[in-house]
Design a protein. Structure first.
Ligand code: KQY
Length: 377
């Protein structure tokens, strides 16, 4: 378990399955740092516990918690959720956890990307990030899955796949000089192909307006099924988000996937612009080296940041004026899944949403699916 695998997933016949393929379970981390989560992270912890409980209705959930927070987290999380002690710098399991790949025989392995807190010393969100960079390895050890250590700085929220050879990414993020400054576009493409096992990459331009990750695709667009993409949308033409969504729409209209199909693009309306309130900003402890929280700043709110669980969709509730429409739209996109909403403003205040705080472990083919645990407590 401790050695990294030589070679690459693609060379070994592995591919990243789509999120809508079966999962063995889901991993999360516990929000703790007072310089990102207001009021010593208590409101965020309550929200993360609700997300964990919602996902646990559909599949097993494990939450990594640092030693000082273990007892409090254990008390807040449902009994059916596994809680393991794990050091980390913040709580974005999508980005610091493993990106798992499977082969045709159902074996599962993990890709451990290099992590630099979304930009390192050139615009990264905090320093240090060394504990975050160890999380994927620890998760894979606990899951007893072999690991590839990728030579690229990347995050799980920066990639989506259809499971049939296509990846969806943004130029803003993957080509950002604060990730892999020495690599040209072709080198990044090769890295994505080699480590996700895809043959075709669809490049979108920018991510959601004011997204502090530097344009993660998982806040903007995702695959609903092969050949079908859901896109964060606004009709407000004077909104800085409008040209971003329009450009993505046009690129998706022009795109073909790995199998040569045109894509059906489904628009998922975003909430009206949401902003950080003064009392919310005041609850965050300012610290040098950590992103400042400025009252009035636009939050990167998007309903696309949902998690696809076995049989369910766990979606962020962001604004009572638009939540119901978004839930209905998601139900129509995923008719075979139950849509569960969790009030998620507290996650948004930390800079992401439900997709960003979760990471699935695919079932693969070895009977890894365990029955969902009934949420309690
Ligand atoms: O959205 C994500 N995938 C991560 C957000 C990080 C925000 C840190 N403050």
């Amino acid at each position: 378990m401790t050695e990294t695998l030589p070679g690459t997933p693609a060379a070994d016949g592995f591919r990243m399955p789509a999120e809508f393929e079966p999962h063995a379970g889901c991993w999360m981390l516990w929000p703790e740092r007072p310089d990102n989560w207001r009021e010593a992270a208590r409101p965020a912890q309550l929200t993360f516990a609700r997300v964990a409980a919602a996902i646990a209705q559909f599949e097993p959930v494990t939450v990594g918690v640092s030693n000082p927070h273990y007892s409090a987290a254990r008390a807040l999380l449902p009994a059916g959720v596994r809680v393991v002690e794990m050091a980390h710098d913040d709580a974005w399991m999508r980005d610091v956890g493993p990106t798992c790949v499977v082969d045709a025989r159902g074996a599962v392995r993990g890709v451990d990307w290099r992590f630099n807190a979304w930009g390192g010393l050139e615009g990264g969100l905090y320093f240090p990030w060394d504990q975050d960079d160890l999380v994927a390895r620890k998760v894979l050890e606990i899951e007893r899955l072999d690991r590839y250590r990728a030579p690229l700085v990347n995050e799980g929220g920066a990639v989506h796949v259809d499971g049939e050879g296509t990846a969806l990414v943004t130029e803003e993020c993957l080509l950002n000089a604060n990730r892999n400054p020495r690599l040209a576009r072709e080198d990044i493409e090769r890295g994505v192909r080699d480590y996700l096992g895809v043959s075709h990459i669809i490049w979108l331009g920018r991510g959601v307006f004011n997204d502090e990750t530097g344009g993660h695709v998982d806040n903007l667009a995702c695959f609903v099924r092969p050949g079908e993409v859901c896109l964060a949308w606004t009709d407000r033409r004077r909104d800085p988000q409008y040209p971003i969504s329009l450009d993505a729409w046009e690129r998706l209209q022009d795109a073909r996937d790995a199998r040569g199909r045109r894509l059906e693009v489904r628009r998922l309306p975003m909430p009206a612009p949401l902003r950080l309130r003064a009392r919310e900003a005041a609850g965050v402890v300012a610290r040098e080296g950590t992103r400042e929280r400025i009252p009035g700043e636009r939050l990167a709110a998007s309903y696309v940041n949902f998690y696809i669980a076995n049989g369910g969709i766990v979606m962020p509730l962001l604004d009572t004026r638009t939540d119901r429409t978004a839930a209905r739209r998601l139900k129509s996109l995923f008719p075979a899944r139950r849509v569960v909403g969790v009030p998620a403003r507290e996650i948004l205040l930390g800079g992401g949403n439900i997709h960003c705080i979760t990471q699935q472990i695919p079932a693969g083919g070895r009977g890894r699916i365990r029955p969902p645990v009934r949420a309690a407590g």
